[in-house]
Design a protein around this ligand. Structure first.
Ligand code: CA
Length: 379
């Protein structure tokens, strides 16, 4: 987590070397402070982190020497979705040449012979679990799932994962504050009106996230502590659509046995705001190296560390059989995307699927707190 107004924009297919360098520099600054303030093992850890970051700094400086201000993104994390053709019945994106919808089976080009089928009735089955893991003493994650009612009487679902950070249980305070503030903000704004467009949903969620940011930032200063913050990944499911707001390195995945990603049943909907994700982007690390990298915890966007924050938003159509999975990084460091999606597909009971995922992460060391929410569109 990096206090200080570092901005890193990832747009199009390139990344500014200078912006990335500034992020690494603030990481060095953070660890230098830790070096001054701590003793024993913590000092050794800080020294090792500075060494690792210096290596990254050096290789970025070499890029500048070679005249590269912008580096081309080679292998983006997450994989971008290649499903441009929307099904007229269920809304699922399909490949450009699809004959039948991958999700609901309706013909993609409705001819004279086939009358359009009415869309199947859907309901959302949700389970959420959080676990302290095997290595930590406290669980600083907060996860929440619950229903909300809009001003027109329709019922939707809010899913939220917040992964708190900061010493002396400050992370716990930050993630709970995020969850409570967002629930209260959304309840108020959704009872006052119904968002008409995706952009309206995004504005509403962004506003709630900014309010949470403000409250955590104020609380952090009041406690005299530095560096209290939290990630936030939340999804509002309204009818056949979900709207997502995201800051940090918790994740939202879309999973469907029929396939939603580049040749796989899963796609990561959110981009991690972490240093290692950007190093993967520019080809300095492989995704496998990123998962075990010593600086994998370094995130450059979080709620509560700065007076304001950039919030990513997106919307996604949900088709029959689709699963939305939200998780904190405690799951993803131990369980690969392919395994994760396979368990969700194999296990029809959402609560059991959450428990199996947590058990697997714990079996492999449970280095961090683990939170998982699974929401499946059932027919
Ligand atoms: Ca974590």
């Amino acid at each position: 987590m990096l206090p200080g107004s570092r901005r890193l924009r990832v747009s199009g297919d390139s990344l500014s070397v200078r912006e990335l360098l500034a992020v690494v520099e603030s990481g060095v600054f953070y660890w230098r402070q830790r070096l001054d303030e701590s003793e024993g093992v913590a000092r050794e850890q800080a020294a090792a982190a500075i060494k690792e970051l210096s290596r990254i700094l050096d290789s970025l400086a070499q890029q500048l020497v070679a005249g590269r201000e912008m580096v081309q993104i080679t292998s983006r994390l997450p994989s971008t979705r290649v499903a441009p053709l929307a099904c007229a019945i269920c809304g699922r994106g399909n490949r450009a040449n699809a004959k039948y919808c991958i999700a609901c089976g309706s013909p993609m080009r409705l001819g004279e012979k086939s009358a359009p089928r009415p869309p199947p009735k859907l309901s959302l089955a949700v389970a959420a679990r959080t676990d302290v893991g095997m290595a930590r003493k406290v669980n600083e994650d907060t996860c929440y799932s619950g229903e909300f009612t809009t001003a027109d009487g329709k019922i939707g679902t809010l899913l939220l994962v917040a992964d708190g950070m900061g010493g002396h249980a400050a992370g716990e305070v930050a993630s709970q504050l995020a969850s409570e503030t967002i629930k209260a903000e959304l309840k108020e704004s959704l009872s006052a009106g119904v968002p008409a467009t995706d952009e309206d949903w995004h504005a509403l969620m962004r506003q709630a996230a900014l309010k949470a940011n403000e409250r955590i930032y104020t609380q952090s200063r009041a406690m005299g502590g530095r560096g209290m913050g939290t990630t936030l990944t939340m999804a509002l499911v309204a009818g056949r659509r979900t709207h997502i707001a995201h800051v940090g390195d918790s994740r939202a995945y879309l999973i469907n046995p029929g396939g939603v990603g580049e040749g796989g049943p899963w796609t990561q909907l959110t981009a991690d705001h972490s240093l290692v994700a950007r190093l993967v982007d520019i080809g300095q690390l492989t995704p496998e190296q990123a998962r075990v990298h010593p600086q994998r915890n370094m995130i450059y966007r979080s709620l509560g560390t700065d007076p304001t924050v950039d919030v990513d938003t997106l919307s996604q159509a949900l088709a029959p059989g689709d699963v939305l999975l939200l998780c904190s990084d405690g799951l993803e460091i131990h369980v690969e995307d392919a395994e994760l999606s396979q368990i969700v597909i194999d296990e029809p009971n959402e609560a059991h699927a959450c428990e199996r995922l947590i058990a697997l992460a714990n079996q492999r060391g449970g280095k961090d707190n683990i939170s998982v929410i699974i929401a499946r569109m059932r027919t």
